[in-house]
Ligand binder design. Structure first.
Ligand SMILES: Cc1cc2nc3c(=O)[nH]c(=O)nc-3n(C[C@H](O)[C@H](O)[C@H](O)COP(=O)(O)OP(=O)(O)OC[C@H]3O[C@@H](n4cnc5c(N)ncnc54)[C@H](O)[C@@H]3O)c2cc1C
Length: 381
């Protein structure tokens, strides 16, 4: 059996990104994907335009809508609108289009694809990884990238990822017309969902509507009840939406994302933002960084996979540590959070800057601490 360089388990946003970058550097890489079609992936498709920095090809042609304004509400009232500033707007993309576009880029760069290939076993024998599909097919690789999303069993098997996995309960669906959502505007509704929020993102001629609850992940989300209030405010009847629920694995503490010849990326690595459910940007960042480390490792630099864990902690995890703290306070006292947080004159702009990737939660926390210290010093003098 031929031993390939890298087997990537999962052909979603993170897996295809890693595959593209590895294949572009002439590595022998294969994506193993359980589902042939990219349709039916549960995601609302909002992502920062900053993800463009990770690709040499243009993403804009596949983007449905460039968002320039964000509108916040509390129980469909008390609305605040903020303009997105700076050079990194927020994009809305159809998830099935993004995934098949990235897959095409990877395949055009020389990556292979085995699909359907439902991975049921991963073992290491004398430094070589043996990956087995449900139908018994096997593949051998020098390295394996775990990119199979929120339900991935492999981080626990290989003692990687956070000690305790944390999940948000989410729903996303699509409506096949525009309703009354203002053009180029994304809507965030904080009062209707307990311990979470609902959103509506415009597409070309459609709208993605979703919701997530972030503190209590044991109960399922009362989707229909929330849609009954939210959809009429957007100009839709509740019966118009088609969607599904999903448990989304979110960031829950700094942890090891690599072992010897194995890396976790995307949702399998628990990278999703625990406050706003942003998972596409970290999926693409981790796919890019994992490929970078693997290229050095395959060329003989033995310790460089640890660098991947460190880079993800620096470039994403440090911000998520603050995102988790903010989430715990905000969703426990959402009404106070909305009045004192979102309705603060500068707050909508800050949330918009987080969504566009211009600022991290860490930058914001440092600003607040600095302001508090300054206020404390001036009250003493
Ligand atoms: C309701 C909802 C709305 C969301 N909205 C947004 C949003 O607007 N913006 C945003 O940034 N993020 C959003 N997210 C998060 C985002 O969708 C995820 O973070 C992102 O999909 C992670 O990509 P991934 O490649 O890691 O995993 P996935 O996209 O889940 O891809 C995993 C791939 O692995 C395959 N796979 C699974 N098991 C196996 C197996 N055993 N063998 C082979 N293949 C396998 C799957 O078929 C799939 O193709 C949302 C998530 C949800 C649930």
């Amino acid at each position: 059996m031929t031993i390939i360089d890298v087997a990537i388990i999962g052909g979603g946003a993170s897996g295809t990104t890693a595959a593209f970058h590895l294949a572009s550097k002439n590595k022998n890489v294969c994506i193993l994907e359980k589902n042939i079609s990219t349709t039916g992936r549960v995601c609302s498709g909002g992502m920062s335009a900053a993800v463009q920095n990770m690709f040499p090809f243009e993403l804009l042609p596949i983007i449905d809508e460039v968002i320039t304004n964000v509108e916040f509400s509390w129980c469909n009232a008390d609305k605040v609108v903020a303009e997105l500033s700076g050079s990194s707007p927020f994009w809305i993309v159809k998830r099935e289009i993004l995934d098949s576009f990235l897959l095409d880029q990877a395949l055009n760069s020389g990556c292979n694809l085995l699909s359907p290939f439902n991975v049921v076993d991963i073992k290491k024998k004398s430094k070589i990884w043996q990956i087995t599909a449900l139908d018994g097919r096997q593949l051998e690789a020098k390295a394996v990238v775990i990119a199979d999303g929120s339900q991935s069993p492999w981080p626990k098997s290989f003692n990687l990822g956070p000690n305790q996995q944390k999940f948000a309960s989410t729903f996303s669906g699509r409506i096949k017309r525009k309703g009354n959502l203002r053009s180029e505007t994304a809507r965030f509704e904080f009062g209707l969902v307990k311990n979470g929020f609902a959103w509506a993102f415009p597409l070309n001629n459609e709208v993605n509507v979703g919701m997530g609850t972030f503190l209590d992940n044991k109960n399922s989300i009362p989707v229909n009840e929330i849609l009954q209030s939210f959809l009429p405010d957007l100009g839709f009847a509740p019966s118009e939406i088609i969607g599904s629920e999903k448990k989304l694995r979110v960031w829950n503490g700094h942890c090891k994302l690599n072992g010897e010849g194995i890396l976790l990326i995307g949702d399998a690595a628990s990278l999703c933002d625990p406050f706003l459910a942003e998972g596409l940007r970290p999926a693409l960042i981790s796919g890019f960084e994992a490929a970078k480390s693997l290229i050095y490792w395959l060329d003989g630099e033995v310790n460089c996979l640890d660098e991947y864990t460190k880079t993800m902690q620096r470039n994403w995890g440090n911000s998520m540590a603050w995102g988790k703290r903010i989430s715990q306070v905000f969703y426990r006292f959402p009404k106070v959070g909305y009045q004192l947080g979102v309705k603060r004159p500068t707050a909508p702009k800050r949330i918009a800057q987080i969504l566009s990737g211009e600022m991290s939660y860490e930058d914001i926390a440092k600003r607040v601490i600095k302001r508090l210290l300054f206020q404390n010093q001036s009250s003493k003098s």
